[in-house]
Ligand binder design. Structure first.
Ligand code: GLP
Length: 242
């Protein structure tokens, strides 16, 4: 395939699609180098500037990465996160990663006004506050902060969460089968504390999520999560609008 000069699609976008196809056809894998800008320019009869625009686009999309002085390489594919009421453990296992969790904070605190309003409980009511660093194959992926009313999971603090899923404990030990939920996801930038935990530069892009999950109409968990945007992408199936 060649660049079509008569196409209304900008040349750098055409080159992006050609390069992505070529990477698959040539059987390139993660960390393999792609041809230099000069080679690509000669191969597709394009200016260096156009080729650079394409590479910039692919780098910003997370498909390629540059190493100064060395070249441009194929990046690891991002992990697809389905928009479903699944646990981190389920999501990672479904994608062939080994899920992990490191406890950062676990304590019982009085619900703040915000937490109480969001969970429909009394302000000041005790909630388990759990902060965890979530890992996939030992690589830090997300910082998750959960609030769970003590009234519905009284001795949750006595269960270890390393090596065990929170949702599994809620279901098996407290009979709290999560049956509905809602989630908002926003683009954000990583603050200094989370950047340190995630091994990112301060100000790196992240996906900020807030989730409320319910069991039989009662709010079980109010969670805020910070996911690395360089390793995650959201995925959803689209059904016709009803
Ligand atoms: C997801 C949700 C969190 C929830 C977690 C439970 O990541 N965003 O709100 O706390 O799953 O995961 P696990 O059951 O693996 O501990």
């Amino acid at each position: 395939m060649a660049i079509d000069p008569a196409s209304p699609v900008p040349k750098y976008v055409q080159l992006r699609d050609l390069l992505l196809d070529w990477i698959v056809e040539a059987g390139l894998s993660v960390d393999d180098p792609v041809p230099s800008e000069r080679e690509l320019g000669a191969r597709y009869e394009l200016s260096r500037m156009t080729v650079r625009q394409t590479i910039d686009l692919l780098v910003s999309e997370g498909k390629l990465y540059r190493v100064p002085g060395k070249g441009t390489f194929v990046a690891r594919p991002k992990i697809e996160m389905p928009l479903a009421l699944a646990s981190f453990t389920q999501d990672m296992l479904a994608r062939g990663y080994r899920p992990g969790a490191r406890d950062l904070v676990r304590r019982i605190v009085p619900a703040s006004g915000h937490v109480a309003r969001m969970m429909d409980i009394e302000a000041g009511a005790p909630v388990h506050h759990i902060e965890r660093l979530r890992t996939a194959d030992d690589e830090p992926m997300a910082v998750e902060r959960s609030n769970i009313p003590v009234s519905i999971a009284p001795n949750l603090d006595s269960y270890s969460l390393s090596g065990r899923s929170l949702y599994e404990i809620l279901e098996q030990e407290f009979g709290l089968l999560l049956d509905s939920g809602e989630q908002t996801i926003e683009a954000g930038i990583c603050d200094a504390a989370d950047a340190r935990l995630l091994g990112l530069a301060h100000g790196s892009p992240v996906l900020s999520m807030q989730r409320r999950s319910f069991s039989n109409g009662a709010c079980v968990e109010l969670a805020t999560s910070t996911y690395r945007a360089d390793r995650y992408q959201l995925h959803s199936r689209l059904n016709p609008r009803t």
